[in-house]
Write a protein that binds this ligand. Structure first.
Ligand SMILES: CC(C)(COP(=O)(O)OP(=O)(O)OC[C@H]1O[C@@H](n2cnc3c(N)ncnc32)[C@H](O)[C@@H]1OP(=O)(O)O)[C@@H](O)C(=O)NCCC(=O)NCCS
Length: 398
């Protein structure tokens, strides 16, 4: 038995497709697997030092693994992207944290030396595969009251969270949604988002050929307009289309490598993985999941919340981000949190979003050598949270 040494894992590079609106949006006639292929090919184009034959794994997440998101999409997308057929791949699912789990799973394999280099990412075409398509929950869940019926409807879990935390009012949630849109618009104006978008050629019978190059969902709005929106999950509720992530289509991908292998190949080290944690919570308030997962990841890293200089938090719902911020004593408008906006503006194609958070954090790290640690975190359906803590290799502190 050889002596094993745990190796540092580097996030080398990340990309994503522009996110479209589900149901008649940019990608209405585009296949989900083709969107993943665009991400893999763009990663190879941007990193010509990486010989495709050195890729040891392609892990791609999707929540609904049927049709164009089925057939072991990591393997099929790798072949379709032109990787040598010697490169294996697999599909992975942890709903909203699919791509995050693809990253942590291949990273653990890199750390123990099973892989040198891997691609991880995710896709969700919520237009072709609406949430809940084909699910068949075991009747025991409800018959034995293992979960409340609302636990299976994510918007209802957000309403439940408002019930539990009445100090998080609708107007606080709306203000957070507005800020997400404004921060995203400012980031686009300053050219922060575009560098990691990979354009996608589209074709539809109705509209002919097109090129998706910008996110489709973001919109200018106001507190007055937000206050007037319907509350689709409950009469007189608090969750609206303006303080929740929408229904979207999109794909993400990233390259991870052992840091020593990145050095050998001349690949950049954009972030260094420090620790990660996943945790379970009551499914009916799944939005609080990132609280215990972050506490776990911090504990494993030997860090405290005050060590974290940047947070990329997935905005599934404003209320669940606000619950996280309140728990850790962080202000609603703290500039360390989602400085370039979040999923309420850009969208949340479920299994793809984890790598969007990481790609954005990597770009922020490059701009912020004063920050040593950053966190990506998200809530997950059926009551979970996931957190990854990263170190900034550009950090210039002592
Ligand atoms: C909230 C939700 C039900 C809204 O769906 P929808 O009704 O199809 O959303 P739309 O984009 O059509 O928006 C509804 C209305 O609000 C308006 N609107 C949406 N966002 C707005 C904003 N930021 N400002 C102003 N108006 C807005 C739309 O124009 C639309 O108006 P209309 O009815 O006059 O056409 C849906 O986005 C959803 O389910 N989100 C949660 C997704 C989820 O659970 N993800 C997993 C997380 S764990």
């Amino acid at each position: 038995m050889p002596t094993r040494q745990i190796r540092n894992v580097a996030f080398v590079d990340g990309v994503r497709t522009p996110f479209g609106k589900a149901n008649g949006g940019l990608y209405k006639d585009t296949r989900a697997d083709d969107m993943v292929v665009r991400c893999i090919r763009e990663l190879l184009r941007r990193n010509p030092q990486l010989p495709p034959s050195r890729i040891d794994e392609v892990a791609i997440a999707a929540t609904t693994q049927i049709g164009d998101q089925g057939l072991t999409i990591g393997r099929t997308a790798a072949l379709l992207a032109g990787l040598p057929n010697t490169v294996p791949g697999y599909a992975i699912d942890r709903m909203c944290a699919g791509a995050m789990t693809a990253v942590t799973t291949v990273s653990a394999s890199i750390a123990i030396g099973a892989y040198d280099v891997a691609i991880a990412g995710g896709v969700e075409h919520m237009g072709r595969h609406p949430m809940g398509e084909g699910v068949d929950p075991n009747p025991r869940f409800l018959a034995e009251r293992l979960v409340d019926p609302s636990a299976l409807v994510m918007g209802s879990t957000a309403e439940n969270l408002h019930d539990r935390l009445p100090h998080i009012t609708k107007s606080r949630a709306d203000a957070f949604g507005l800020a997400s849109q404004e921060r995203y618009a400012e980031a686009v104006k300053n050219g922060k988002i575009q560098p990691d978008l990979v354009t996608v050629g589209t074709f539809s019978k109705d509209d002919g050929w097109g090129l998706a190059s910008d996110d489709e969902a973001p919109r200018a709005t106001s507190m007055e307009k937000l206050a007037s929106l319907k509350t689709p999950f409950r009469p007189h509720g608090r969750v609206t289309a303006g303080n929740a992530a929408g229904l979207n289509d999109g794909a993400t991908g990233c390259v991870l490598a052992a840091e020593e292998v990145a050095e050998e190949l001349g690949l950049p080290v954009a972030m260094r993985l420090v620790s990660y944690g996943f945790a379970g919570v009551e499914p009916e308030v799944m939005g609080v999941g990132p609280i215990p997962s972050t506490e776990k990841a911090l504990r494993l890293a030997g860090l405290s919340i005050s060590d974290i200089g940047l947070f990329e938090l997935n905005e599934a719902f404003a209320v669940q981000v606000l619950a996280f911020l309140d728990h850790f004593g962080i202000a609603d408008d703290d500039p360390r949190v989602n400085p370039w906006g979040g999923a309420i503006a850009v969208g949340h194609p479920l299994a793809s979003s984890g790598v969007r958070l990481m790609t954005q954090l990597a770009r922020l790290f490059a701009e912020r050598p004063d920050v040593r640690y950053g966190t990506t975190a998200m809530c997950i359906g059926i009551g979970m949270g996931g957190t990854v803590i990263w170190e900034n290799p550009h950090w210039e502190g002592s």
